[in-house]
Write a protein that binds this ligand. Sequence first.
Ligand SMILES: NC(=O)c1ccc[n+]([C@@H]2O[C@H](COP(=O)([O-])OP(=O)(O)OC[C@H]3O[C@@H](n4cnc5c(N)ncnc54)[C@H](OP(=O)(O)O)[C@@H]3O)[C@@H](O)[C@H]2O)c1
Length: 306
Amino acid sequence: MESDDKKILILGAGGRLGTALLRSFRFHTSYDLVAVTHRQPSELPELEGLKVYQAELTERSVVKNLCIEELPDVIINTVALSDVDYCETHREQAWKTNVRVVEYLLQMCRLYDIALVHYSTDYVFDGEAGPYSEEDQPHPINYYGRTKLASENLCRTSPERTLILRTNVLYGHTRKPTFVHWVLDRLSRHQPFSVVADQYGNPTLIDDLAYATVQLVIQQATGLYHVGGTEWLSRYAFARMIAEVFGYDPDLVQPTSTAALNQKARRPLKAGLRTTRIEREFHINLTHPRQGLEVMKRQMEKQRTE
Ligand SMILES: NC(=O)c1ccc[n+]([C@@H]2O[C@H](COP(=O)([O-])OP(=O)(O)OC[C@H]3O[C@@H](n4cnc5c(N)ncnc54)[C@H](OP(=O)(O)O)[C@@H]3O)[C@@H](O)[C@H]2O)c1
């Protein structure tokens, strides 16, 4: 276990990744953790002695006061509006949350010598030729992707110590639902349903991303890294795998096309992330989605029996 008196501020602590980060930092380090949530602090996992703030982070003064009050060594920012269709139609709110918050954080990082960890997405790419490496040229095709690329650029052009972790299709045992929860809900109705067969990615076990973050923070990494699972597959193939692992009939999952869904935001089709850099430089082992789903199933069963 890593032990020094580093203080880590986790923003978005009530979200999918934020909750997993709290657990992972608590398990692997003895860092002093401070959680910042948007809504109900009571929705956070029970972590004894955890200091929790409830804050609206699109207010510059709130970000400033929080940083001055806590003076952390590292800020981990999971705050985002990540609903791609919502971002397309609520552009001002999306920009404020996904870009302005990062701008305010970087200002504080500069003033108080704080390192920043920020998350981004494969949706910064157009999906013509994925999976993508860190060297590939971003070209977002929807507003969510544009906001995330803008936030990356702020980090990249800032003199502060910043680490950007791009990820895709997060799944795991979380309170806030993921694609896997949606598929499980549909499977439980025992009626056929459609899943897109032309959107590709490499689904990422949230625990893997949380663990990778802990390791990179311990080693004070900076720069850009991709984190994703070991298998590049369509949402349709992933949904069939979910059915197999959770004991449902995979034929309940029917293929459809993205065009047939008529979604508000365009989707990059051949998306996903190559992860060679983080595997080579930090010896991070990433999980095959079938194995990740088995982990998730075990965690869900454990919670049911507690
Ligand atoms: N989920 C994915 O599949 C995925 C894929 C690629 C990249 N990412 C990136 O990974 C990061 C984490 O994603 P996630 O899935 O964990 O997101 P999430 O579950 O939606 O968590 C985001 C958190 O930010 C909080 N938040 C939103 N607006 C806020 C505001 N104005 N002030 C304070 N807090 C605010 C939310 O609180 P409320 O819910 O209470 O508003 C939520 O707890 C994001 O940067 C996202 O872009 C995610």
